[in-house]
Design a protein around this ligand. Structure first.
Ligand code: ATP
Ligand code: MG
Length: 448
């Protein structure tokens, strides 16, 4: 009872600590751990991405995970699902409304404006990766904390920029080995086109108002374009005969869209036009696209993006055209795991030892190897040689270094090549004298 009294003095939210220390604490709903078994997939994809961005002249940018709530409500739009329903928003101890980023384009744009990247002139090509947060119902490929990889090109109105970012996304997905990909493409026009279309769409839908699903009824005044991609059956029937966005594009918007399509065709990238593709975020103009995989279930979209020429100005920066995309890393991993075994972690040496003197020498040898740039895994178990050898075989190492009492006494070591089983004794003192020769031996043994 005493404890209960003590606990009731705690601020709300901390009161159940007693409970939590009694049972084990679990990760929150919609979050998950990425464990060592799985991490090789992530690192492999990240390395591929890093390489392809490097080849394309994109620089990495890292922005904060939490931002002023206004950045998202102003940038993404109050009427979107992301802002209206899905944000992790809280007041910090200084009463600032703070939000865990639900996406990263707004953050990148804020950084671009705040740090004067615009004044550097020219085109800024940026990429990022990291966790995003949305309060959604978790299911396969949908989490509350998830990771995105994204690319943004700021400062170019050239349709080749649209084609370039799309090509990078496509090549990356193909480079990872994914097949069965399709891409939907649309143009949502500029602000004026959209305003005209919005009016026509609302005029068409209003007589059907009572037949629309509840979400769409709500969107009719707030965000009518989103009704186009409602999943509700009756709403879809109604929408079939709705006015077409393409008929409301100005001739400039149409010409721009044609140039984007031509550039994609020139690059050999296939797509299907989908006039109902509008995307969830308000800031898109002109090009909108989504890449889906038929190997995923309900959450089939791996990558989505488009042009957002109005966003930078809307957030207080100079009028700057921009285009980009974001990819869902968890969905990529689901596909990748179907496709291949976890990429093996490469290791050069596995060091086993037994006996006090030998163990001390083994530690020194392992660390010297690492200092010379070799991978060295030191067995710390102290178990019998037999068990250590088994672990050496499973480690993925090319060679095993063995130190027992007699090696310790002679200041030597046994070097065993794990593939061939050949073993040789070497003096410890000269083992690391010819680094290049040792490196070559490792490479030869690995590719043998
Ligand atoms: P969806 O229609 O699946 O909700 P979205 O339109 O909300 O997607 P975007 O904001 O375009 O998604 O984000 C780009 C990509 O990020 C998505 O295509 C998807 O791969 C991934 N993604 C979005 N939300 C989640 C989530 N909650 N969990 C995992 N991945 C997500
Ligand atoms: Mg969503």
């Amino acid at each position: 009872m005493k404890q209960l009294h003590g606990e009731s003095r705690l601020p709300p939210g901390l009161r159940d600590t007693e409970n939590k220390t009694m049972g084990s604490i679990r990760a929150l709903k919609g979050t998950r751990d990425i464990l060592p078994d799985e991490i090789a997939y992530w690192q492999w994809v990240e390395a591929k991405a890093r390489q392809s961005f490097k080849l394309s002249g994109y620089s990495e940018i890292r922005t904060p995970i939490f931002e002023d709530t206004a950045l998202f409500s102003r940038g993404i739009g109050e009427a979107t699902d992301v802002v209206g329903k899905e944000m992790y928003t809280f007041e910090d101890k200084g009463n600032r409304s703070t939000t865990l980023r639900p996406e990263n384009t707004a953050g990148v744009v804020r950084a671009y404006i705040q740090n004067g990247l615009a004044s550097k002139g020219g085109v800024q090509r940026l990429w990022y990766t990291g966790p995003m947060f949305r309060y959604e119902q978790p299911q396969g490929g949908r989490q509350r904390q998830f990771n995105q990889l994204g690319a943004e090109v700021l400062g170019s109105k050239d349709p080749r920029a649209d084609a370039e970012v799309i090509a990078i996304a496509q090549d990356l997905l193909k480079g990872i080995g994914l097949t069965n990909l399709t891409m939907d493409l649309n143009s949502v026009g500029d602000k004026t086109d959209r305003a005209a279309y919005r009016e026509a769409l609302v005029a068409y839908l209003t007589p059907y108002q009572d037949e629309l699903d509840a979400d769409s009824q709500d969107r009719l005044t707030r965000n009518p374009l989103r009704i186009l991609d409602s999943k509700n059956e009756r709403t879809q029937e109604i929408v079939v005969d709705a006015p077409n966005l393409q008929d409301h594009l100005s001739s400039e918007s149409k010409a721009f869209f044609e140039q984007v399509q031509q550039a994609l065709t020139d690059l050999g990238i296939s797509y299907q036009l989908n006039p109902r593709l509008v995307r969830g975020l308000d800031y898109y103009t002109h090009t909108a696209f989504e890449i889906q995989s038929s190997d995923l279930g309900a959450q089939a979209t791996v990558c989505g993006g488009g042009r957002y020429d109005g966003l930078i100005e809307q957030l207080g920066g100079p009028a700057t055209p921009a285009v980009g995309w974001a990819m869902g890393m968890e969905r990529l991993m689901i596909l990748l795991k179907e496709l291949r075994e976890a990429p093996l972690v490469e290791m050069d040496f596995y060091v086993v030892s037994r006996g006090e003197a030998a163990q001390a020498q083994a530690l020194k040898i392992a660390q010297s190897l690492r200092r010379q740039g070799f991978g060295a895994d030191l067995d710390l178990s102290g178990s019998a040689f037999g068990k250590q050898f088994k672990r050496a075989d499973r480690s993925g190492a090319v060679a095993c270094i063995i130190l027992g009492d007699s090696e310790a006494e002679n200041n030597s070591l046994q070097l065993k090549w794990l593939k061939s089983g050949e073993q040789e004794e070497r003096p410890q003192a000269s083992f690391l004298q010819n680094i290049e020769a040792l490196r070559q031996q490792i490479e030869q043994a690995r590719s043998a």
